[in-house]
Design a protein around this ligand. Structure first.
Ligand code: PT1
Length: 277
C-alpha cells in the first residue's frame, strides 16, 4: 500500500515555505484568568495567526526551552486537547501538537490534530507505537540531552553528520514501525543541546539534511542564538527571527516555525515575488 503526503504538507505553488505559527499553551502564556479564559485566548491567538497567513498551528503544552521541567501527561492533555478542539471547530488549518508523550499524541489525534511534532523524535517509551497508530505525519527533531540540562556543555565531533545520521536513523525506525516515508518531516533542533557554533554550522549546511528527500522544519524564532549573534541577549529578536526564517528558506527549509507570523509571511512574500519576477 502506498500513502501519499497529505496535501497541506506539500510545497506551495510559489515555492514559499509553509509557515508554522507557535501557540504555547503553558500556564505562563495567556496567564491572567482561569482555564476557560486561557483556552479562549489561545483560540483567539490561533485565529489571528491564521489571518496573518499561517499554514500550520503548532500547539505545545510542555515547554522544552533550555531549563524547562517536564509535566505530567494528564496536565499536558488538559492544556492541549481543548485548544485543539476549539481551533478545529473554527478553522480548517492543520494543527500540529508539540509533544513527546504517547497519551497526548493519542488524545490530540482524536481531537483532530493533523501532525505530531516531537522534539524527542519518538524515543519516549510508547511514543513510536502511539504515533504510528494515529496515522498522522510526524516531525522528528534532534536534541542532545534533555531540556533541563541540554545547554550545559553540548559536544559533538561532527555536528552535521551526527544530527543527520540521528534523524535518518529515527526515520528508518519510524518506517520499520509502519509510519509511511511520506509522513516523515525532519528538524535539526536549533538550540537543543547546541552551542552557537553548532547552530550556525547546522543552518549553513541545512542543505545536507534537505537533500535526503524529507521535508525539513527550521525552528529559529526568538531563540538565544539570535542574542548570541547580536552579542546582546536583551535585544528584541523579531528582526533577527525574520532574517533567520528567510535564510532558512534559502537553505532549503520547507517549513519555518515562528512566533511572528505576519512579519515572517511579509518577508517571505517579498523574496518570493523577487524570485518569480
Ligand atoms: C523546534 C522547536 C520545537 N523549538 C520543533 N519543535 C521549540 N519541531 C519547541 C533558545 O535557545 O525548533 N522545532 N518545539 C522551543 N525550544 C527552544 C529551544 C526555545 C531553544 C528557545 C531556545 O532560546
Amino acid at each position: 500500500m502506498s500513502t501519499s503526503a497529505p496535501l497541506w504538507l506539500n510545497a506551495t505553488d510559489s515555492g514559499m515555505p509553509l509557515v508554522m505559527g507557535i501557540l504555547n499553551v503553558t500556564p505562563d502564556s495567556f496567564s491572567d484568568g482561569g482555564q476557560f479564559e486561557r483556552k479562549d485566548k489561545a483560540l483567539e491567538r490561533a485565529l489571528q495567526m491564521v489571518e496573518e497567513g499561517a499554514n500550520i498551528i503548532d500547539v505545545g503544552g510542555e515547554s522544552t526551552r533550555p531549563g524547562a521541567q517536564q509535566v505530567s501527561a494528564a496536565e499536558e492533555i488538559d492544556r492541549v486537547v481543548g485548544v485543539v478542539e476549539l481551533i478545529r471547530a473554527r478553522s480548517a488549518i492543520p494543527v500540529s501538537v508539540d509533544t513527546s508523550k504517547p497519551e497526548v499524541m493519542t488524545a490530540a489525534a482524536r481531537a483532530g490534530a493533523s501532525m505530531i511534532n516531537d522534539v524527542r523524535a519518538l524515543r519516549s517509551p510508547g511514543a513510536l507505537a502511539a504515533a504510528a497508530a494515529t496515522d498522522l505525519p510526524v516531525c522528528l527533531m534532534h536534541m542532545q540531552g534533555e531540556p533541563r540540562t541540554m545547554q550545559a556543555n553540548p559536544e559533538y565531533d561532527d555536528v552535521i553528520a551526527e544530527v543527520r545520521d540521528f534523524l535518518l536513523e529515527r526515520a528508518d525506525v519510524c518506517i520499520a514501525n509502519g509510519i509511511p516515508r511520506q509522513h516523515i518531516v525532519l528538524d535539526p533542533g536549533f538550540g537543543f543541546g547546541k552551542s552557537l557554533q553548532h547552530n550556525v554550522a547546522l543552518l549553513q549546511q541545512l542543505g545536507s539534511l534537505v537533500d535526503r528527500g524529507y521535508p525539513v522544519i527550521a525552528g529559529l524564532s526568538r531563540k538565544s542564538m539570535i542574542g548570541a549573534l547580536l552579542k546582546d541577549l536583551e535585544r528584541d529578536r523579531l528582526l533577527g527571527s525574520v532574517t533567520l526564517a528567510l535564510y532558512a528558506w534559502r537553505q532549503g527549509a520547507h517549513i519555518v516555525r515562528v512566533h511572528d507570523v505576519g512579519q515572517t509571511v511579509e518577508a517571505l512574500q517579498v523574496e518570493a515575488a523577487l524570485k518569480s519576477a
